[in-house]
Design a protein around this ligand. Sequence first.
Ligand code: TGC
Ligand code: FAD
Length: 388
Amino acid sequence: MAYKGTDFYLSDRLLSDEERDIRDAVRDLVDEKVLPIIEDHFKAGTFPNEIISEVAEMGLLGASLEGYGCAGLGAVAYGLTMQELERGDSGLRSFVSVQGSLCMYPIHRFGSEEQKQRWLPGMAKGELIGCFGLTEADHGSDPAGMVTHAKRKGDDWVISGEKMWITNGCIADVAIVWARDDEGVIRGFLVEKGMKGYTTNLIENKWSLKASVTSELLFDEVVVPESNRLPEAKGLGGPLSCLNQARYGIAWGGVGAAMAVYEVALKYAQERKQFDRPIGSFQLVQQKLVQVLSDITKGQLLCIQLGRLKEAGVAEAYHVSLAKRDNIKMALDAARNMRDVLGAAGICHDYPMGRHAMNLESVYTYEGTHDIHTLIIGHAATGLKAFT
Ligand code: TGC
Ligand code: FAD
């Protein structure tokens, strides 16, 4: 009996009706509003701004947070939204990850009540955009080495330094900036667009995540009031706890990207003929399709269980690392192998393989590289750190 689709293990049965409804609503949005325009944006190197209000109206910005106009979704429902967004494009999922997990989450978790009231409702509506500045040109995998500095001056702080590779940077109304104070403590600040000495540069020469805004942030003695410091964030654990949230969504996103390329390759293999037969009838082509279907199935189950651990409050950072590491490697391999099934056609913009493969190279690197996650899991398994 022929099997169609990507739910090979009937994992839909592990979801509630509400979770399936949310997933299906985002799936429809992506099919109707994202897929028709995304390839052109990717080619032009532009982010689809026109989709921001649509994802906001659906409650997808800061969707896992409670209150302040946020949807308060459970972890699995939230993950399913990220899966569907990345089925569209990693750049769209990145935009939503950064807005929700890296900007709204730290304000929600570490911010004052005044900061929450000021920023969160507008960010949930997509009227205010955020970015997250942790990485520096010389400090990527090792953010503890950051040199961006915040000096206390009366009631203010003076921030100097540079952040690199920052998603949403040039379009952000507020940047969550992590900087070291005179005592060496890492603190988080809300740096607002238009503050004197704060500028951004667009990073344009990319072949990956082209439908996403990537920027450099420059701080030339930017005076930031104490009321713009996140009062509850102290030390590297602050930004790293935000990464746990974003990495969780990325793990689901990897499943979505793999689903996208698998579904296209399956249809192509059933229709494309060589040697008077559909190429899907050749054993070697079936082997490639089966490998990806098998990997997607395992990736889905991994994410659902991780989501349930999160909902039970027992998910550790190393659980998240394993899912981010495995699912993004899986999706990258899937994009390459499904491109192969399309032969020459696979290198064209008519099909999404190249776009997903290129995007996933960034996803493999950001939010902790594949190898950094290996070391995080290795630390958890052995009790021994291997970073240095
Ligand atoms: P280490 O000494 O292990 O830890 C320092 C302090 O942080 C605590 N901690 C965590 N807290 C919460 N969540 C985590 N995942 C945590 N990991 C560690 C730790 O307990 C400690 O606390 P305390 O109180 O004892 O001080 O730190 P380390 O310097 O040895 O570094 C550890 C390492 C390498 C794992 C970490 O720095 C790391 O994850 N590096 C990768 C950097 C990274 O992922 N950067 C991402 C930048 S943002 C981004 O890429 C956005 S892409 C956006 C998009 O478009 O989607
Ligand atoms: P490096 O740290 O220089 O790593 C280079 C290589 O060395 C990697 O293979 C790495 O695994 C390896 N390596 C490093 N240390 C070790 C070690 N101890 N043991 C073994 N191998 C090691 N950052 C933000 O703060 N905010 C953002 O919004 C953001 N968005 C991004 C968007 C894009 C498109 C990209 C590409 C990056 C983004 N980043 C962002 C930055 C991202 O988090 C970093 O690129 C990432 O953390 C890796 O840092 P790096 O590029 O400096 O590589």
